[in-house]
Design a protein around this ligand. Sequence first.
Ligand code: GLN
Ligand code: ZN
Length: 775
Amino acid sequence: MTTIHTLGFPRIGKNRELKFALEKFWRGEIDADTLEATGRELRARHWQLQADAGLDFVSVGDFAYYDQVLNHIQLLGCEPARFGFTGQETELARYFTQARGVASAAKPCCGGHAETGDQGPRALEMTKWFDTNYHYLVPEFTADTVFRLASERLFNEVREAQALGHKLKVTLLGPLTFLFLGKEKAAGFDRLSLLDQLLPVYGEILVRLKNQGVEWVQMDEPILCLDLPPAWKAAFEPAYNRLNAAGIKILLATYFGALDDNAVLACTLPVAGLHIDAVRAPQQLTTVLDRLPHYKVLSLGAIDGRNIWRADLDQTLAWVAAAHAKLGDRLWIAPSCSLQHVPVDLAGEDKLDPELRAWLAFAVQKLNELGALKLALDQDIGAADLAYANAFGASRAAAATRRTSPRVHNPAVAARLAALPQDADRRATPFKTRQAKQRARFNLPAFPTTTIGSFPQTKEIRAARAAFKRGELSAADYTEAIQREIKLAVDKQVSLGLDVLVHGEAERNDMVEYFGEQLAGFAFTRNGWVQSYGSRCVKPPVIYGDVSRPTPMTVDWTVYAQSLTSLPMKGMLTGPVTILQWSFVRDDQPRSDTALQIALAIRDEVADLEAAGIGIIQIDEPAIREGLPLRRGDWQDYLAWAGRAFRISASGVRDETQIHTHMCYSEFNDILPAIAALDADVITIETSRSDMELLRGFGDFKYPNEIGPGVYDIHSPRVPSSAEMTRLLKKAAEVVPPENIWVNPDCGLKTRAWPETEAALANMVQAAREMRAAQ
Ligand code: GLN
Ligand code: ZN
């Protein structure tokens, strides 16, 4: 019999019950017991779903109130000393203190930087989980870090599942991945040196689980799909030798990519089984089948855990059956990775077009796909053959309609892409020529000031948008409400003395959703939420078909804003790579093709803005860096198509039209040639918190175009003085040519309130004036 299981299940609940319970708890509206009751209920419900789908184990250990890595920090007793816990706090209180800090909620803007509180300990840093949009809390290590088994939570959850009569598998983050994901908080110290002290605690956990009657533990070591330093590779074998001594069966789980150079290592580690991601990296199956010792189980990640498409079961069965022929009962099947990266349940998506809906599978549906594959493999189709036939029939029908549906395939888009000249991604003349013409056109002062796009999203704006969506506000009233906000933002910018203005993005709920809603080929779910971090969930658009732009998306608002002032108004767009990166993407064509289609749609918008007299257009690409593949060997290819997509969107304009781009973060040093190759006339980046250090790379690289290094942190309500900003600008002027420097905040201001925004911008304008005076 084939074993089916999952590496993890979403914990937020299909109606985001966990989110709402957490937020109530944080506001003091419910107590810890009530929160814990919600957690218990969700676990019970999710286990039942897994059992109902016929899974051989339910997954225990994948639940977390905020983040699974933080769970491990508590389990392993390595809460950073800087939090100063006295031992009087409850486990849950310490948990949320580390997740959120004390003074303020952790709110990353776009890339995962936490909001900076003014008092109390800083929350643990947050960063992206491999190449997903999930953020984990970063463990902090020093030479003084000690580990001890410090939480009963996991063992209690095992008991809970057992009491409900489930057969279970426990999932743990493996010791090497846990250390690897952490950060060294002291110089001259290597966190790998902590492994020796960490392993006994893992050993203790495994023995405890064994004594509880647990047969299998899944140890997640996804770092085996990365380019690992040799010392880390070498650490695996001795570490797993020690863990194996606990006498419990370990399934070593790898995902998000191919094992490649770690394949032999992963196959031969002294564990009872190996899970590989055969969706992301099907090519590794042959090697693994060759190399896997005969006593080991192979768990095939055969259902896509990162995307929302219904599996083509016939196709999947074909290659899974080949593995089955070789492995027999040693074959397990599972989603490629934890299902936490997909929404919970498709049931309830009654607003979706039925044809499109039939193409999708969320977590619950993916469990059922495993069940259908199992039945097919085991030929055990007697009693359940109807369900089996239905699952395969529906999958076959979906695959067929997706292949031919006019909803998906728009010949005009294909024709346009095919006819696109090779140099469609080049501006007509080199930067220097354009720069001269743009300087003549705009006549801006030295150190021109601008902002990144959004202004405070006040309660009134949100209310107006929501009322309009619900149909309670007429289109005319809505337009008027937004225009009022635009006028307010423009008036404030004029009186502040800014040089290049923006309309403020009041009409946008989200920088991707706003465009997705207006582009063909995109769909939006009602409840397709995925946890981003803590209680924060995102509902990524679904790109299901060829992308095109039926009508202009931003021109009216921008033209209205421009009509209010003679100063240049900067048009504001989201770039193709970011739209792609923050959506669920088609799996029936390469990501690069989808990126190019979006690029053409944005190019059309750029052309319309230009034709409407908008001379400066910003194309935001905050997600370019996070799109980098996990393996360096794949970077060049990605950077080539991502860069081409950006340039296609940006290059259809006259020399006199100035293209800006914006990226949060500036940790670009390893990809500076690709950033320069985007050839944006101006790039704005986030630099203030690095004290301009991050700009040095641009200087050393002799970055040729103009650049706006952020001079103040927008994550905090703190108002920086003009002296602080002048100091940063002077530092900037030492590393890049002063005549190329723009003056702007780190990022958009939508999470801020107006009072601090105005005060900070007034100081920023003052700082620019001081720089000009000193020239
Ligand atoms: N233009 C966007 C804004 O200002 C940019 C946001 C981002 O970089 N994530 O909000
Ligand atoms: Zn930004």
